[in-house]
Design a protein around this ligand. Sequence first.
Ligand SMILES: [Zn+2]
Length: 120
Amino acid sequence: MHELSIAMSIIDIAAETSRTHDDARVIAVHLKIGRMSGVVIDALLSAFTIAKEDTVLANAKLMIEDLPVKVRCPKCQCERLADSIQCLCCSVCRTVSAEITQGDELDVVAVELEPLEIRQ
Ligand SMILES: [Zn+2]
């Protein structure tokens, strides 16, 4: 399952951040996921719930920013929302664009750690 391997790499990245901060527990991982990244967010959330057990991320949440697809429109000469994932054309003038400017991201933006002073 594709999303399970993504969930495990997210956990690896966050666990590494935790290790460099005295093994602080992770409370949230912030992600940016583009609609063309091929990631099914619901599947990723379920995979993460399973994979995080018994790790420093056991209580962590995924905070996902779901990014729409944007293209550079050659006619409008600016960045526009794409009409759809299937049709990469400008949502304003419908000109087909060859340049995607946003929408294929799969990035860990930030790892939020529990402050050390409230640890038991
Ligand atoms: Zn346009």
